[in-house]
Write a protein that binds this ligand. Structure first.
Ligand code: AMP
Length: 149
């Protein structure tokens, strides 16, 4: 049985810890996994979820996290291969509907799509944001010129 809004986050780095803090603040059930115990220091004192130390590519660790009950799994370690593997396990073995993985290498995005896994790629997101800022700057430059004329 799936627990409503039970999210497992894999990797308690800058992104994972921030996400865990945000979801916990929103009252959601969160469990965060990291292989390095020190990483949990990034969680805020108000974090109301659970933390589990272990290598998330180890099936026993995922089972200890009760992955079968999760409504969402977010794989945000600093290793694309670990993110691919855990996301695939979540999707294929445990049929988790919402699976999101961070991907440093945008060229591997197709691998995920084939498995119905959503991806976020920091490089691609940054390019989009920078492009947006640049075009906004262009527009304001244009309108400045229009006003000046
Ligand atoms: P960051 O680079 O700040 O996003 O941090 C990524 C986090 O992922 C670090 O805290 C790592 O210890 C953690 N990590 C990397 N590989 C694994 C893994 N296989 N299982 C669990 N945590 C991992």
């Amino acid at each position: 049985m799936k627990i409503h809004n039970y999210t497992i986050i894999i990797g308690c780095g800058r992104l994972g810890a921030n996400l865990a803090n945000t979801l916990s603040d929103n009252g959601e059930d969160v469990l965060i996994i990291d292989k390095n115990r020190e990483a949990f220091r990034k969680l805020s004192p108000a974090f109301g979820g659970l933390s589990l130390q272990g290598d998330a590519t180890d099936l026993d660790v995922l089972q200890e996290a009760q992955i079968g009950n999760a409504s969402a799994v977010v794989a945000v370690t600093n290793h694309d291969n670990a993110n691919i593997l855990t996301a695939q396990i979540a999707r294929e073995m445990f049929h988790i509907e919402r699976v999101i993985a961070r991907l440093y290498d945008p060229e591997r995005e197709y691998v995920y799509r084939e498995f119905g896994i959503d991806t976020i790629c920091p490089a691609v997101l940054s390019v989009k944001e920078i492009d947006k800022i640049l075009s906004r700057t262009e527009i304001s430059k244009d309108s400045m010129q229009e006003v000046a004329q």
